[in-house]
Design a protein around this ligand. Structure first.
Ligand SMILES: Cc1cc2nc3c(=O)[nH]c(=O)nc-3n(C[C@H](O)[C@H](O)[C@H](O)COP(=O)(O)O)c2cc1C
Length: 175
C-alpha cells in the first residue's frame, strides 16, 4: 500500500479481532512513532505499549468514549510533558500518532485514537511519573471482519472549504 492509498483509505476502527499482534509488528508500529518529526526535534514522547487485557479494560475508565480500548490487541499510551509547558507538544503527539497509525494500516492493522481525561486513574494504572501527561491513547488490532469500512462519502470537508490560494478567501478548487 502506498502512502497516498493509506491516507485515502484509513478510517477510525473501533472493533478488533481477538488475535494478538506479533511482537515484531508491535515494535514496527513503535519504530514508526519514534521516527515522527517534532518541534526542534525534541521528540518529547514516551510510549507505553499495553497488551495486558486487564490493564486495557481498566484503562477504559480514564476517558468517556474509549470502550474500544478494552477490546484492542494493543493500545499505545502517548506520554508527553504537559501541554501547558510547550505549545507544540500536542502537535508533536499528533505527528507520532499519525505515523504509528499509518504504519499499522500498511500492515492491515486498524486503529482509533482515544481521549484520556482522568490523569489520576491513568497514572495509577500505568505508573508514569508526575511530570508526564497522557492525553491520547491509540487502540490497534486486526479488523474484526475482512471488510474495513470504506472512506465515508462526505466524511471530510472539501478542498475548497479548507484550502486557500495565496491569501485568505480565494478557495483552492479541486480539479
Ligand atoms: C485528538 C483526537 C481525539 C479522539 N478521541 C476519540 C475518542 O475519545 N473516542 C473515539 O471514539 N474516537 C476518538 N477520536 C477519533 C475520531 O472520532 C475520528 O478520527 C474521526 O471521527 C474520523 O473518523 P474516520 O477517519 O473514520 O472518518 C479522536 C480523534 C482525534 C484526532
Amino acid at each position: 500500500m502506498d502512502v497516498h492509498q493509506a491516507i485515502k483509505t484509513k478510517r477510525a476502527v473501533r472493533k478488533y479481532a481477538e488475535e494478538s499482534l506479533p511482537q515484531k509488528v508491535i515494535r514496527s508500529i513503535l519504530h514508526a512513532g519514534r521516527r515522527a518529526p517534532s518541534a526542534r526535534n525534541t521528540q518529547p514522547w514516551h510510549f507505553i505499549a499495553i497488551t495486558d487485557p486487564r490493564i486495557l479494560k481498566a484503562l477504559t475508565t480514564a476517558g468517556p468514549y474509549i470502550d474500544f480500548v478494552g477490546e484492542s490487541a494493543l493500545s499505545v499510551a502517548i506520554l508527553t510533558p504537559p501541554p501547558s509547558e510547550t505549545e507544540t507538544i500536542l502537535f508533536d503527539a499528533g505527528q507520532t500518532a499519525a505515523y504509528m497509525q499509518l504504519r499499522a494500516w500498511e500492515l492491515g492493522i486498524v486503529s482509533c485514537l482515544g481521549s484520556i481525561y482522568e490523569q489520576t486513574t491513568a497514572r495509577r494504572l500505568l505508573g508514569y511519573p508526575e511530570n508526564l501527561y497522557f492525553r491520547i491513547v491509540i487502540a490497534f488490532g486486526y479488523p474484526r471482519s475482512s471488510v474495513v469500512k470504506p472512506a465515508r462519502r462526505g466524511g471530510r470537508r472539501q478542498l475548497a472549504d479548507v484550502a486557500h490560494r495565496d491569501r485568505w478567501g480565494e478557495p483552492m478548487k479541486d480539479c
